[in-house]
Write a protein that binds this ligand. Structure first.
Ligand SMILES: *[C@@H]1O[C@H](CO)[C@@H](O)[C@H](O)[C@H]1NC(C)=O
Ligand SMILES: *[C@@H]1O[C@H](CO)[C@@H](O)[C@H](O)[C@H]1NC(C)=O
Ligand SMILES: *[C@@H]1O[C@H](CO)[C@@H](O)[C@H](O)[C@H]1NC(C)=O
Ligand SMILES: *[C@@H]1O[C@H](CO)[C@@H](O)[C@H](O)[C@H]1NC(C)=O
Length: 401
């Protein structure tokens, strides 16, 4: 009897922490396309969290809309209609369209005002929380003292110079800006009962930045690891958008990224693995002689007919042309790429998504993020249903216990 009760308690406790988050991003930029993808179109996605991308900040700590005349007027108000008893609504602060330097200045010199403005924004728009997406503390133009430098950083084992050691001491004393920001923001959000999500880079230590795993674990409700775009658009050869496993040319993969994060001892039941729905396109330099992985390119590939960003295709856009493409799977990286003449495309497939979702479950992570809904198949053009990335996540995560 006792054993049965204990077993029951164990089962209940154990399964509460199973992968259960499906965090879906919507980028307000999609509201400005020739044929806009509006939040109303996302109604059937059924995510546990929806995150609106479209709010940046100024160096004085004020919030600003990134898509003028859309985000505040139409985007966010329609986004609020996605609220349901089973979903939470967040706003993302920053993201790929905001500079690290702006974060640096705002957090360094106007922290009180920034935190007030965030709190006010959440209340005014009746949101459940904020996702801080500072890319990245201490890099991309941010100040060095935004980051945490620890003396034992595996990046510089035993070769810290005197000035670096002094700098370390200064940083530790004054607490890195990013840490200070999180701690203060958390205190404020606690009073309002709002969620704090933090988006982080695939690598826990990008260009020498070390996030402080303890701070993240203690203060964030969710830690979203962007597990794609590992080469950050600087590559000159065809490259997988999000390889599951590393190969000799590309040492960073979903596996290496999540493994490095787990080795920081960050709380894994707060980690969400964020997958990309968009496809990455390149133009091959010489399609006749080299068209595989690592083939030379002569730049960004096809832009979508609607999203119009060279090198990027939404699934709606890719599905419309996919039948003319041949596909090849790569066993080492567990990816599939598509080619036609000099056009080369890397994209997730149902198989590669399922593999990542299974990895999330097997690793005991909190769940997945889907970046973004507007880049996914919103119209069932591929024939696997609307929002296949979400539906697969529901199938694998929510029914896994
Ligand atoms: C969304 O979730 C609700 C409640 O779980 C369910 O009844 C509905 O069928 C789901 N819709 C889709 C498109 O999966
Ligand atoms: C990929 O990384 C580069 C460099 O940081 C950035 O400019 C680009 O916007 C990123 N793309 C996405 C979709 O995250
Ligand atoms: C996944 O990452 C771990 C940790 O770095 C490594 O030991 C393992 O070999 C990787 N798996 C594959 C298949 O590459
Ligand atoms: C790859 O091509 C084959 C043959 O045309 C097709 O049956 C299959 O669906 C394609 N795979 C993907 C993931 O599109």
């Amino acid at each position: 009897m006792m054993k049965a009760v204990l077993f029951l308690i164990f089962t209940l406790c154990c399964c509460q922490s199973f992968a259960q988050n499906i965090v879906c991003y919507y980028d307000g930029r999609a509201g400005t396309y020739a044929t806009p993808v509006l939040p109303e179109a996302l109604q059937s996605a059924n995510c546990t969290h929806y995150t609106y991308i479209g709010i940046g900040l100024t160096s004085k700590g004020d919030l600003r809309e990134l898509n003028p005349n859309f985000d505040l007027k139409t985007g966010l108000p329609s986004f609020l209609q996605l609220r349901s008893p089973t979903s939470k609504l967040l706003v993302l602060l920053g993201g790929i369209y905001e500079s690290s330097a702006t974060f640096s200045t705002a957090v360094g010199a106007s922290l009180d005002s920034l935190i007030n403005n965030i709190a006010l924004f959440l209340t005014r728009h009746n949101l459940d929380g904020v996702d801080v997406d500072w890319r990245y503390p201490g890099s991309r133009g941010g100040k060095p003292n935004d980051k945490v430098i620890t003396g034992t950083s595996s990046e510089h084992p035993g070769r810290l110079g005197l000035s670096a050691l002094r700098q370390n001491a200064v940083n530790r004393e004054s607490k890195a800006n990013f840490q200070k920001f999180l701690i203060r923001l958390r205190a404020r959000l606690n009073m309002m009962n709002k969620l704090l999500a933090i988006s982080v880079s695939p690598n826990p230590a990008p260009s020498g930045v070390a996030y402080d795993a303890t701070t993240l674990s203690l203060y964030a409700d969710m830690i979203n690891v962007y597990a794609f775009n590992f080469t950050e658009g600087t590559e000159t050869v065809t490259t997988n958008l999000a390889p599951m496993y590393s190969n000799s040319a590309n040492p960073i993969s979903v596996n290496s990224s999540i493994s490095s994060w787990l080795s920081t001892k960050v709380r894994k039941n707060k980690l969400n693995l964020v997958v990309a729905t968009y496809a990455r396109s390149y133009t091959l330099a010489n399609a006749a002689s080299k068209s595989g992985l690592g083939a030379p390119t002569r730049g960004q590939g096809l832009a979508g007919t609607n999203s119009k960003q060279p090198g990027y295709l939404s699934q709606d856009e890719f599905c419309a042309i996919k039948s003319g493409y041949g596909n090849t799977s790569d066993a080492t990286t567990q990816t599939t790429f598509f080619a036609r003449d000099s056009s080369w495309v890397s994209s997730e497939t149902a198989d590669s998504l399922v593999q990542k979702y299974s990895y999330v479950i097997d690793s005991g992570l909190a769940g997945v993020g889907i970046y973004t809904l507007d880049w996914d198949d919103t119209s069932d053009g591929c024939g696997a249903g609307q929002f296949p990335a979400v539906q697969l996540a529901r199938d694998y995560l929510l029914s896994s216990y």
